[in-house]
Design a protein around this ligand. Structure first.
Ligand code: PBG
Ligand code: ZN
Length: 347
């Protein structure tokens, strides 16, 4: 699977017209006559094993707080995270991606790397209750910062300081690995963070913990609902000085090359649907395991239109996920993972 080869034969070229007149010799409809034919020649597959479910952990017990802008998504206490993860796992989902909402925030993101922070606690519980499930963690500081930015904010000027943020990210990733995380996924977009995290992991006995870098993460309005879910909206300004400009694809390739050079095991393009061209080029250029993050806004748009009866939620969700696979994603991070897994099972 992966990127389809492109060459003259794939376009049928001069075979298009028969010797007998203007009718095409090649009639694509011949292979679309029934589901059996279509299944036989389908180029791309979508299976539950290629989906990852993001979950939001918050301290408490038996607590499920709905996220208003994301129907069916909740802030969950750790015990409820286990329940949700179990449902996903039994539907065929191999991994969850954990985010944390801490009790208190400060200007050093202390909660991000606390030994008993919300993510660390939840990882331990998940690995105890569901040892076979892969537990991925999002590594960022915005949820833990009083100002909501992804790094240390300088006292004057309000810039996010790149290099001073790196040790905190490395510490956060290390604390996740120490709690038992199977993979860490930095989403902050500081330059050099993959190298800093790789070094911290290697020097502390976690040489086998992989890094999935949010390599090409764009400053996107599609993150709106997530910031409700994670309570991570910046209190001033925006993220455009560290996340990527939506107009740039060559820069996305440089970002990806850089993360790979620094030791990323897998790379990600985010958002997904509005950036399928970027996804395609990242996969084609590097051939690395590549993830697409179908973000909150993509999910919420489908939910909202479906709630109005304007689109078919199931069909539009599966078509969108398939498009991400076709564009080059090996796997997809999506809030619809469990539902999609169940739909796929029904066939
Ligand atoms: C935190 C982070 C964000 C998302 C994933 N990690 C928000 C942001 O960068 O503002 C977005 C996910 C989504 O919208 O589903 N750095
Ligand atoms: Zn962040």
């Amino acid at each position: 699977m992966g990127i389809a080869p492109i060459g003259p034969f794939h376009y049928a070229g001069d075979m298009n017209f028969s010797a007998f007149g203007q009718f095409p010799a090649y009639r694509p409809r011949r292979l679309r006559q029934s589901a059996l034919w279509r299944n036989l020649v389908r180029e791309t597959s979508l299976t539950a094993g290629r989906l990852v479910l993001p979950l939001f952990a918050r301290s408490g017990r038996k607590m499920r707080r709905p996220v208003p802008s994301m129907p069916g998504v909740f802030q969950l206490s750790p015990d409820e995270v286990v329940r949700e993860a179990e449902a996903a796992f039994s539907a065929g989902i191999p991994a969850v991606l954990l985010f944390g909402i801490p009790g208190t925030k400060d200007d050093k993101a202390t909660g991000a790397y606390a030994r008993n922070g919300i993510v660390q606690q939840t990882v331990r519980l998940l690995k105890k209750e569901l040892p076979a499930l892969l537990v991925f963690t999002d590594v960022c500081l915005c949820e833990y910062m009083s100002h909501g930015h992804c790094g240390i904010v300088e006292k004057t000027g309000g810039r996010v300081a790149n290099d001073r943020t790196l040790p905190l990210l490395a510490r956060t990733a290390l604390s996740h690995a120490a709690a038992g995380a199977d993979l860490v996924a930095p989403s902050d977009m500081m330059d050099g963070r993959v190298a800093a995290i790789r070094q911290a992991l290697d020097q502390n006995g976690f040489a086998d913990t992989p890094i999935l870098s949010y390599a090409a993460k764009f400053a996107s309005a599609y993150y709106g609902p997530f910031r409700d879910a994670a309570e991570s909206a910046p209190q001033f300004g925006d993220r455009r000085a560290y996340q990527m400009d939506a107009a740039n694809v060559l820069e996305a390739l440089r970002e990806t090359a850089m993360d790979i050079r620094e030791g990323a095991d897998m790379v990600m393009v985010k958002p997904a649907l509005a950036y399928l061209d970027v996804l395609h080029r990242v996969k084609a250029e590097f051939g690395y395991p590549t993830a697409a993050y179908s973000v909150s806004g993509e999910f919420s748009m489908i939910k909202a239109a479906a709630a109005k009866g304007w689109i078919d939620e199931r069909a539009v969700t599966l078509e969108s996920l398939l498009a991400m696979r076709r564009a080059g994603a090996d796997f997809i991070i999506t809030y619809a993972a469990t539902a999609a897994a169940r739909w796929l099972k029904e066939g």
